[in-house]
Design a protein around this ligand. Structure first.
Ligand SMILES: Cc1cc2nc3c(=O)[nH]c(=O)nc-3n(C[C@H](O)[C@H](O)[C@H](O)COP(=O)(O)OP(=O)(O)OC[C@H]3O[C@@H](n4cnc5c(N)ncnc54)[C@H](O)[C@@H]3O)c2cc1C
Length: 262
């Protein structure tokens, strides 16, 4: 039983996983294919990259960051999510208890195409553009054209306790930074709804809290100047390696466009 299963390892799902995993929740990302961002030719409006970034490289680095944070990954398309059936065994019937009762606190079972069922206490749907697997739960979906959107509150909670939606599928604007920000926000809602002890996910210089006689709050970390320099060194080295060569992968073309392969 995982703490959280994130359906969709695209922009929103990866951002959510970084926050849930860093908060110590056992986080599994199940991805059934490719982020729609793989169709982009040059990602030029994501803050932090003044001349843009190859969208596939952005996705690779985000996946690596999620792994570094402790998230695990499985490939596979999720086909259904249902509450775990906490049915009271038939021998208890005489005691007058309800048989077949389910309790959302028991979590959810996710079926995947060709894989073993997965269990998680909480589920984040970050699976633009597929939400068919949520139909058994009746989370509340709206249809516009051929697409379905999942109804959520300000924090990404659906009408079903323990089920959340993030990114484009939650009707957020179709932009990468928005999907990433929403994923992060929904990840934080999951952290808040779980029993993780958490304040903010912040890394601060030594003394920032303790220098004022305060304990370092849960989720925060104080690091020494030496440690800060070491982390910066590691980060710069990794980014230099990552950006050294162009990626060979080309953008995925829209499926209805015929393409001459050269
Ligand atoms: C051609 C094109 C160009 C774009 N260019 C830009 C741009 O320049 N700037 C910008 O800001 N935005 C751009 N975007 C928009 C951006 O790609 C999206 O807004 C963003 O990717 C949405 O993030 P998401 O996480 O909601 O969905 P996605 O990133 O698509 O992630 C959804 C993930 O869920 C997986 N999934 C789906 N169903 C299932 C299932 N049943 N089980 C398991 N996994 C599942 C998918 O395989 C995918 O990996 C572009 C989009 C397109 C199509």
């Amino acid at each position: 039983m995982r703490d959280v299963c994130i359906v969709g390892g695209g922009v929103a799902g990866l951002a959510a996983s970084i926050f849930t995993a860093r908060a110590g929740l056992d986080t599994l990302v199940v991805d059934g294919g490719e982020s729609i961002l793989a169709r982009n030719a040059s990602l030029e409006n994501y803050p932090g990259f003044p001349n843009g970034i190859d969208a596939r490289r952005y996705l690779q680095l985000s996946r690596e960051q999620a792994r570094n944070a402790g998230a695990t990954f499985e490939l596979g398309r999720v086909t259904s999510v249902e509450p775990i059936d906490s049915a009271i065994p038939s021998e208890s019937r005489d005691a007058g208890e309800t048989v077949g009762k389910t309790d959302l606190e028991d979590g959810f079972v996710l079926e995947t195409e060709g894989g073993d069922p997965l269990e998680a206490r909480r589920v984040i749907a970050a699976s633009w553009s597929d939400s068919e697997y949520l139909v058994p739960l009746d989370v509340g979906r709206t249809q516009r054209g051929s697409k379905h959107y999942v109804a959520v509150d300000d924090a990404g909670r659906t009408a079903v306790d323990g089920v959340y939606a993030a990114g484009r599928i939650a009707n957020e604007p179709h932009q990468t930074i928005v999907a990433a920000g929403h994923g992060a926000k929904v990840g934080l809602a999951v952290v808040h709804d779980s029993d993780a002890n958490f304040y903010h996910d912040w890394v601060v210089p030594e003394g920032y809290f303790t220098g004022r006689g305060r304990e370092v709050p849960p989720g925060c970390e104080e690091i020494t100047e030496e440690e800060r320099r070491e982390r910066d060194e590691r980060a710069r080295k990794r980014m230099l390696e990552a950006f050294e060569e162009p990626l060979e992968e080309r953008p995925t073309m829209h499926p209805s466009v015929e393409r001459d392969e050269d």
